[in-house]
Design a protein around this ligand. Structure first.
Ligand code: ADP
Length: 259
């Protein structure tokens, strides 16, 4: 009769226990590191618009207010900085809720055709300012998917807005909805802009990562748009991919469950 070695069994159990605790410690360390970096990034990003607005307002107080032309220009610039701050805070709240899983998804039957047509209307003036055309390529009739309507609207606004903002003037943005087998719809947002250099492609979904910082800021970007897109799609069990060719354009793609 073999009873086994009781010491070996105990030894194995201790080994498993220590390995588990070590994994927990590593995870805590990773989270702590993430929290520290996040805080550093956030304070840096918040300081920029605050300093800018402060600068304009103090210059006005110091006398620039007397010159009507300078006054109007500086007030407009201060307002723009504060609008940027507002957008940043809103995006930060959304992102932090998404990251902690606090933001509950409300899945329902959504007609993607209608959702996109509404967004096109919303973005009409931005597209007109860039003389860019917005086109939807999709089969006839409603295209039902299972999604959180509000969050999916945010995803599509971020992607279409980026396509217009970073595309060329007189550009063309095409949103395509295609059947992908029996169960999925493929969504694609494509522009004919300058494209994203390959060395940046894998990083554009990171928070605050921008290929051209000045261009992004000038366009009112917070650097959080694609990070938010990735998280929302993740909550839809979907993954976004990007294809880009320099001087040809960029295409973002993902799949949604049909409903
Ligand atoms: P931002 O607020 O800066 O637009 P995003 O997270 O939405 O932040 O995008 C990150 C960066 O990816 C942008 O700053 C831009 O450099 C690049 N980018 C995003 N979409 C496109 C696109 N369609 N064409 C070229 N570059 C893009």
């Amino acid at each position: 009769l073999k009873t086994g070695n009781p010491f070996k069994k105990l030894n194995d159990e201790i080994f498993v226990y220590v390995a588990k605790k070590q994994r927990e410690i590593d995870e805590l360390k990773r989270m702590e590191q993430f929290r520290r970096e996040f805080l550093a990034d956030v304070s840096h990003e918040l300081k920029t618009p605050i300093f800018a607005a402060q600068g304009f307002i103090h210059t006005l107080i110091d006398g620039a207010v007397d010159d009507e032309f300078v006054r109007d220009k500086f007030l407009a610039k201060a307002a723009r900085s504060l609008d940027g701050l507002d957008a940043l805070v809103k995006d930060l709240v959304a992102l932090s809720q998404l990251e902690t899983g606090e933001l509950r998804m409300h899945f329902e039957r959504v007609d993607m055709r209608q959702l996109i047509e509404e967004i096109f209307e919303q973005l009409e003036s931005l597209a007109r300012a860039r003389t860019t055309s917005l086109r939807l390529k999709a089969p006839q009739g409603p295209i039902w998917v299972k999604a959180d309507r509000q969050r999916m609207t945010q995803v599509m606004i971020n992607l279409i807005q980026n396509a217009v903002k970073y595309g060329n003037d007189n550009g063309r943005v095409i949103v395509a909805l295609d059947e992908d087998g029996k169960k999925h719809i493929q969504v694609s947002v494509k522009d004919d802009g300058p494209g994203i250099p390959p060395e940046h492609l894998s990083r554009i979904f990171e928070r605050f990562y921008r290929v051209e910082k000045s261009r992004s800021k000038e366009q009112g970007g917070t650097g959080l748009g694609l990070a938010i897109v990735k998280h929302i799609l993740n909550a839809h069990k979907s993954k976004i991919t990007v294809l880009s060719r320099l001087e040809k354009g960029t295409e973002f793609r993902f799949k949604l469950d049909k409903e």
